[in-house]
Design a protein around this ligand. Structure first.
Ligand code: MEV
Length: 439
């Protein structure tokens, strides 16, 4: 067995690659070339990317695409999306165009309340802890003033602190459950800094609280961390139109389309195998915009899926009704996003994405992201209940295969034409290409 590497993070980039090549890539010159070919020749830009994270040896590109024609609350936007999956941007653009002629998307932020918790162990009388907490609360708020001062100027800050008794679930376990408004920043650093300060003050003040016994004074802080579950930071996106405007398919009227659509949504509401895939389609749109705008898509994913299971069963995030001849399709999701701080002022493409979106506030961005998710879901369900999903996917897949095979523009044209009425499979595309090449 080979020895673990020591001091890897201290190696230069060249040394890291050399070590990697030696240890795992049989000194393959091609592999090293691949890594280096993604380096940016602009030294400063490369250094910026290197420093976003640790042990950077190269860059990992994702396509940065644009879905135009999104009419959101009367404003026409082009939405930047960072995503590798084919069909997603095409589907978003199609849905945008469809709803653009039917009143567009309506979006509204319902609340913007984020949560963080100090988890601690207190071995003693809970009534006494509650009394201590009442005296502690103003001290907690005072102690974080240096952190919250600027946030308060922007209209945010600490909204509330509650003591929660969780001893029924875990022996001696309590929490400071705190609410924050972080305005245009995602707020992770702000919240975590406040929480760590709360924890410090809690521990110190407990030592001084006269009513506590020696054991009660010894509060053990377990952890202080924001929650990525933000069920009070909700945005709603919606589309609606009269039934007779709903179908753009000459073979299906609005009523039939709505019947099928509503049943498809109902299935996602009651059947979790479908719900997960259904919601995954929503996340295709959500993540792509979240990523393009430099936000934390892992946090968003975790929070949204937890929200989808908030009533005890994992279910659809979108819902649809037909009432008085009006088709309505909507979604409410939790989104903790930022348009200042973090990558937003550092990553050139993120800055550009925000510029494309006309410098949105966090609230504006929440609306845009929710609309992208709703549009994605509409497009996916529309395809599923009409042509099936593979038609669009395979068209894109066809292009990928042709590019892999280095097909010429003429070859592409002939083959795309052929597959208009034939089923795309990897082998059938290769066979067709070979046939043309032999001719
Ligand atoms: C594929 O990335 C997403 C879909 O599976 C979503 C859905 O089934 O609703 C098409």
């Amino acid at each position: 067995m080979t020895e673990p590497v020591a001091g890897f993070s201290k190696f230069s980039k060249e040394e890291k690659i050399e070590w990697l090549s030696n240890r795992y890539l049989n000194n393959d010159k091609e592999a090293t070339k691949v890594l280096k070919q993604y380096w940016n020749e602009d030294y400063k830009l490369q250094q910026l990317h290197d420093e976003f994270t640790e042990n950077t040896i190269s860059n990992f590109y994702l396509p940065f695409g644009l879905a135009p024609n999104f009419l959101i609350n009367g404003k026409l936007l082009a939405i930047p999306m960072a995503i590798e999956e084919s069909s997603v941007i095409a589907a978003a653009s199609k849905a945008a165009k469809f709803w653009g002629t039917r009143g567009g998307f309506k979006a509204e932020v319902l609340n913007m309340n984020k949560i963080g918790q100090v988890h601690f162990i207190y071995n003693g009388d809970s009534g006494k802890l509650q009394r201590f907490f009442e005296t502690l609360k103003p001290q907690l708020l005072k102690a974080v003033k240096p952190i919250t001062k600027n946030m308060e100027k922007r209209g945010g800050g600490v909204l509330g602190i509650k003591l929660r008794d969780k001893t029924a679930d875990l022996k001696n376990y309590y929490q400071l459950h705190c609410n924050f408004d972080t305005r245009d920043s995602m707020g992770a650093n702000f919240i975590n800094s406040c929480l760590e300060k709360f924890a410090e003050v809690l521990q110190n003040e407990a030592q001084k609280f006269a009513d506590f016994t020696a054991e009660e004074k010894d509060i053990e802080i377990l952890m202080s961390i924001l929650s990525n579950y933000v069920p009070e930071c909700i945005v709603r996106a919606e589309v609606s139109c009269p039934l007779d405007e709903l179908s753009d398919d000459p073979e299906m009227d609005g009523q039939e389309f709505a019947d099928k659509f509503l049943r498809a949504i109902r299935i996602a509401e009651i059947e979790k195998y479908r719900a997960v895939t259904h919601n995954k389609g929503i996340m295709n749109g959500v993540d792509a915009v979240v990523l393009a705008t430099g936000n934390d898509f892992r946090a968003v994913e975790a929070g949204i899926h937890a929200y989808a299971a908030k009533d005890g069963e994992y279910t659809s995030l979108t819902h649809a009704t037909v009432e008085n001849g009006i088709f309505r399709f909507w979604m409410e999701i939790p989104l903790a996003l930022g348009t200042v701080g973090g990558l937003t002022s550092l990553h050139p493409l993120v800055k550009l994405a925000l510029q494309i979106l006309q410098t949105p506030s966090a609230e504006d961005l929440m609306k845009i992201v929710a609309v992208a998710g709703l549009a994605q879901n509409f497009a996916a369900v529309k395809s599923l209940i009409t042509t099936g999903i593979q038609q669009g996917h395979m068209k894109m897949h066809l292009m990928n295969i042709l590019n892999q095979q280095q097909a010429t523009p003429q070859e592409k044209e002939i083959i795309v034409d052929y597959f208009r009425n034939n089923t795309v499979t990897h082998s059938s595309v290769i066979a067709q290409l070979e046939k043309i090449r032999q001719q």
